[in-house]
Every structure is written in structure tokens, then in C-alpha cells.
Design a protein around this ligand. Structure first.
Ligand code: C2E
Ligand code: MG
Ligand code: MG
Ligand code: MG
Length: 288
């Protein structure tokens, strides 16, 4: 009986594996089709200056408008894109679409910055350098105001190679931000070797305020020491915003000011909040 039960379990396991694999290849197929049919779009979330409460930049966040399943969040498909290599093409879309949108906004007088997320596999892909070199050589490329967000775990590995790549990106006119800082496994000793413009303090620390205040102060001090601005992400309440201003974080991003929104809506929100003319940071180059 035990043997039979074991076999049953195995069969269940096998058929579940089969189902998972099937669903997986379906999603993969759907993702490729989504790229071809333009089902991906960018939403934008404002980043606000702590002192003036005005908008300094936006972060572009990708969304999948699925024909039958509706709007799908990146958490559900970025990992699959990473594993299958689809991230290369999706990343290309995000970078070009984001940059083109920003150029359009600048022409219309909306002179703010933009952050774009780069996933770990994308960061290591040689084609990324080709893509961003191409973008940076465009006639209207706004130098010094497009920021590439990479997660801390990207910094683990060959430090010379990583530093060199970051330097190349900086030389092309991109800023570099470390996303979700404090949740990864980077070696703090190396942080100062990299040309970082911004440290984004992970939402988990903001959620734990006021208990986490000493840690946030520590990250803020580290940012100051390496000449990077400090940004708090996932700020949802006035109490959190006030506390972060008191600590001296340069910028704040979160539902408290605005959710990520489609282009037209975010432009309205930016107009309501106002644009920051002289950002509260030593290192951000203002748009001319
Ligand atoms: P992230 O870069 O850390 O982006 C912040 C996430 O937190 C976003 O989720 C945003 O909607 C959410 N968020 C912002 N403020 C608040 C808040 O006040 N409260 C709460 N509860 N959430 C807030 P989203 O858009 O689902 O993106 C999740 C992650 O997916 C991103 O984390 C980023 O790692 C990745 N991602 C998004 N777009 C792209 C992309 O274009 N390329 C790549 N490679 N990754 C992307
Ligand atoms: Mg990000
Ligand atoms: Mg983040
Ligand atoms: Mg995050």
C-alpha cells in the first residue's frame, strides 16, 4: 500500500510538473506575442524633492496589457523574461520608449528626469551597451538626467568588470542608481568603488519606521559619503514623509504622492505637484 501511495504521489507530481511546464511555455509564447503586438506599456511614478515637495523625475515601470487577463504587473513576468532571454527585447523596448517619452516631454517644457529599471541579466548582456550607446548618440539625448536603476545583487561578481561597465554608462551620460538598497548581498566595501549617483532605500525599511530610523540614517550617511543622493521608495503616509525629510533624504517616491500612472495621467499629476527647478541634491544635473 505504501508503494502504491508513493507511486500515486509521483504521478500527481509528474502531472503537476507537466501542467506547470505547459503553462510556462504558454506564458513564454504569450510574452513573445506581446512584444510583437505592442501589449507592453510604461507607467510612470513621480519622485518628489523632500524640501519642495515638487517633482524631480519619474520612474518608468513596465505593464503588460494582456488581451484576456488584463493588466499584469512586472513581478509576474520579469522573472520569466529573465530566464528565457526575452528580457533583452523587453529591455530594449523599455529603454527606447522611456527615452523617447522623456525627449517629448522636454520639448513640451516638462523638464524632469527619468529612471529606467535594468534587470540583472540585462545588465550583464553585451547588447545593453549597444542599445544605450545608440540611445545616447541621438541628437536630443538629455545627458545626465536619465538614470539606470540596478539592484544591489548586480554588484556581486567581478568588481573590475562591473566598475568598468558602470563607468562606461556614466560616460555616455546616464546616471546610476542602486535599487532596493539594503535587501541584497553586495559587499559594502566595494560600494565606494562604483560611480553611483543615487541610492534607493528599499520600501521594507520605510514600512518599519520609526523602528528602522537608525538604519535609514546609516544609509543616508553612506550615500552622502559616496556623493550619491538618497531616495526613499514606497512612502505611503505623511508621517513617513515627514520622518524622511527630517532624516534628510533628498527625494521620496511612493503612493503618498502618486501611484504609477499612464503618461497622460502622470502629466496631470506632475502639473498639480509642480516641477522642481533646483533639485535637493548635490549631484543631479539640472535639465537645461
Ligand atoms: P522597483 O523598481 O523597486 O519599483 C518599485 C515598485 O514598488 C513598483 O512596483 C511600484 O509600483 C511599487 N510602489 C511604489 N510606491 C509604492 C508604495 O507607496 N506602496 C507600495 N505598496 N508599492 C509601491 P511594480 O511596478 O509592480 O514593479 C515591481 C518591480 O518590477 C520593480 O521594482 C522592478 O524591479 C521591476 N520592474 C518594473 N518595471 C521594469 C522594467 O521596465 N524593467 C525591469 N527590468 N524591471 C522592471
Ligand atoms: Mg526601480
Ligand atoms: Mg525599488
Ligand atoms: Mg522593489
Amino acid at each position: 500500500a505504501a508503494k502504491e501511495a508513493g507511486r500515486d504521489r509521483c504521478m500527481t507530481f509528474d502531472s503537476e510538473m507537466g501542467r506547470a511546464a505547459k503553462e510556462r511555455s504558454q506564458i513564454e509564447h504569450d510574452l513573445k506575442e506581446a512584444l510583437e503586438q505592442g501589449q507592453f506599456q510604461l507607467h510612470y511614478q513621480p519622485r518628489v524633492d523632500t524640501l519642495t515637495q515638487k517633482v524631480v523625475s519619474v520612474e518608468a515601470l513596465v505593464r503588460w496589457q494582456h488581451p484576456t487577463r488584463g493588466m499584469i504587473s512586472p513581478g509576474a513576468f520579469i522573472p520569466i523574461c529573465e530566464e528565457t532571454g526575452i528580457i533583452e527585447e523587453l529591455g530594449h523596448f523599455v529603454l527606447t520608449e522611456g527615452c523617447n517619452t522623456l525627449i517629448k516631454w522636454h520639448r513640451a517644457g516638462v523638464k524632469i528626469g527619468m529612471s529606467l529599471n535594468v534587470s540583472p541579466r540585462q545588465f550583464l548582456d553585451d547588447k545593453l551597451m549597444d542599445i544605450i550607446t545608440d540611445i545616447a548618440s541621438g541628437p536630443e539625448f538629455p545627458k545626465g538626467i536619465i538614470e539606470l536603476e540596478i539592484t544591489e545583487n548586480v554588484l556581486i561578481g567581478d568588481h573590475d568588470l562591473i566598475a568598468e561597465r558602470l563607468r562606461q554608462m556614466t560616460e555616455l551620460g546616464f546616471r546610476i542608481a542602486i535599487d532596493d538598497f539594503g535587501t541584497g548581498y553586495s559587499n559594502l566595501a566595494y560600494i565606494s568603488l562604483f560611480p553611483l549617483d543615487c541610492i534607493k532605500i528599499d520600501k521594507s525599511f520605510i514600512d518599519q519606521l520609526p523602528t528602522s530610523e537608525p538604519i535609514i540614517r546609516l544609509i543616508k550617511t553612506l550615500s552622502d559619503q559616496i556623493g550619491a543622493s538618497s531616495v526613499a521608495e514606497g512612502v505611503e503616509t505623511k508621517i513617513q514623509a515627514n520622518c524622511l525629510a527630517e532624516i534628510g533624504c533628498h527625494q521620496i517616491q511612493g503612493y503618498y504622492y502618486s501611484k504609477p500612472m499612464p503618461e497622460d495621467d502622470v502629466l496631470k499629476r506632475i502639473a498639480e505637484l509642480g516641477i522642481n527647478e533646483a533639485p535637493n541634491t548635490a549631484v543631479l544635473c539640472a535639465a537645461q
